[in-house]
Design a protein around this ligand. Structure first.
Ligand code: 2M8
Length: 414
């Protein structure tokens, strides 16, 4: 970590908390009030992680509030709408109220996002000062987490143990070049030409088929096995196993087996010297290296040679080695790389944080320290922006972005 006077860290921590307070609705945290004025699933998991050491009750409430939008299928929606305004596509496009499996008391989207929530629950349990409060929260959240994990198994479009995303929005890395080829294969003439036309068209297809897992698995034209989504799922299976034995008092084995199954499938299906997304419909890997390819590094049991290859790719001039403000979201030398465009080049606090966790579990201390220091440098210089230029650190997207603030709190708390 950078040698910094503690006064800087204290000021940065206060500024981060002020952002989270300003974005707090009383029951959950908006990613950013102007642009994202509702509750997003992945964002809430990061916010809970960031608050775990400071405010156990609020960290727990963030997740419990998200679960009020959970469907009877176990699906945790990527957006829970707390009112009908301010974001497109909103409730009138998703029409969750017409779906029998959707909850009656909440309006939601019909897609999901990376299942980081069990890991966030474990993070709360591990870091809470008030152990009793944390244990009570875990027991309350447990049925929702179990249902979420069961739902993900119904999304195995490839039939080999991985969950397939049905839409770029499900990845949390919306505009990543990893989706270019699968999007290009959509039926031309029916879905428009631009990416955003295709996003909308795909969402309407999901809606018009009732968001049924069988439709997602068997017919929906976009089905992609993403190494980041599945790496996060694996991480959360490990967390479920630990919570099962440490807190809930149930058998951890089903979750250990699930983790082993995902690990095997990641290696069989997505590994080719690096991890790539697999377009299930075309049955081929999408040959572009993105930040998503580092997701499986989160697994403590990934084989050593795989971790060594990923570490050297991460540290090479394709990623960290040529960026002043790592980690770029796409390989710098790929034709698709764009230093300013959302998930096609900029560095993000969320993925930096995940990679610092991956480095920690594999004992890569120098890499971890570098990631922590450069992430803190980004927010010290640019503020809690949504993402950052990997060469000069200029902030992009919205300001006072919740997960950037929350994860800064966590990094400062170490
Ligand atoms: C971005 O995604 C939303 C759609 O869900 C958007 O582009 O409008 C992504 O960065 C996603 O990871 C994030 O959860 C969301 C809210 O911060 O914004």
């Amino acid at each position: 970590m950078e040698g910094r006077p503690a006064v800087d860290d204290a000021a940065l921590g206060r500024a981060a908390l002020a952002v989270l307070d300003a974005n707090w609705t009383g029951t959950s945290t908006m990613p950013a009030p102007g642009i994202y004025p509702h509750q997003w699933s992945l964002d809430s998991a990061f916010v809970a992680i960031g608050l775990a050491r400071r405010d156990t009750a609020r960290a727990g409430q963030e997740l419990l509030s998200l679960f009020t939008g959970q469907w009877r299928t176990g699906m945790v929606p990527h957006i829970v709408f707390h009112h009908s305004d301010g974001y497109f596509p909103g409730p009138s496009m998703w029409r969750s109220e017409e779906v029998p499996d959707a909850p009656r008391g909440a309006l939601t989207s019909g897609l999901t996002q990376p299942p980081l929530h069990a890991y966030a629950a474990w993070w709360i349990w591990r870091h809470a000062a008030d152990r009793e409060l944390a244990a009570r929260f875990v027991r309350r959240a447990w049925p929702s987490l179990v249902a979420q994990h069961a739902y993900l198994r119904s999304r195995d479009a490839g039939g080999h143990g991985l969950a397939a995303i049905a839409h770029p929005w499900e990845s949390g890395m919306d505009d990543s070049p990893a989706w270019d080829a699968p999007l290009a294969n959509l039926p031309a003439g029916r879905c428009g030409t631009g990416y955003h036309d295709r996003y909308f068209w795909l969402a309407v297809q999901c809606r018009d088929h009732g968001y049924a897992p069988s439709y997602f698995r068997e017919e929906h034209p976009f089905a992609v096995e993403d190494p980041m989504f599945n790496g996060i799922w694996l991480l959360s299976c490990d967390a479920m196993a630990r919570l099962a034995s440490e807190v809930v008092g149930v058998d951890p084995e089903p979750f250990q087996e699930a983790a082993a199954r995902i690990r095997g499938a990641l290696l069989d299906r997505l590994w080719n010297g690096a991890f790539y997304a697999r377009d299930v419909r075309a049955d081929r890997l999408v040959p572009v290296c993105t930040i998503g390819g580092f997701g499986p590094m989160l697994d403590p049991e990934m084989p050593h040679h795989v971790i060594a290859a990923l570490t050297s790719l991460l540290e090479s001039t394709k990623f960290m080695g040529a960026a002043g403000y790592p980690v770029p979201s796409c390989e710098i030398r790929a034709p698709e790389f764009d230093r300013a465009q959302y998930w096609r080049g900029p560095s993000w606090i969320s993925t930096n944080w995940l990679l610092s966790q991956a480095a920690a579990v594999h004992g890569l201390d120098r890499l971890r320290e570098l990631l922590v220091a450069s992430t803190l440098r980004l927010v010290r210089q640019g503020g809690f922006r949504e993402c950052f230029d990997p060469f000069d650190g200029t902030g992009h997207g919205c300001r006072d972005f919740s997960w950037s603030a929350a994860l800064t709190l966590d990094l400062l708390g170490r």
